[in-house]
Design a protein around this ligand. Sequence first.
Ligand SMILES: [Zn+2]
Length: 105
Amino acid sequence: MKTVYGLMINSGDADEMLWDHGVWETEEAANSYIESEMSHISGVWVGELKVNDSIPEAAEYQDDEMVECPLCGIEYNREDVNTDDYDEVVCINCEPGYKENMNIA
Ligand SMILES: [Zn+2]
């Protein structure tokens, strides 16, 4: 677990976290964001949050060995996916169908 800082606002009957704005590593950083970006909104303050260290996205990108194909959702070794020819990652199994769809469109 680690501590991050997010923006809180009181929505009327409860305090709410403004997840859309992101979170910060330090309270100072969150405060300066409020000052520069949220100064027109009153009643916003910095709240402390405990989060799990292994945030899924972070873990995904740290792992260089396996690449998940977004089309079939299966993880492959880098040599089994085509990351160069298309906008998205396509695995060897999906590539024939993916190519076909591109030609139709
Ligand atoms: Zn695939």
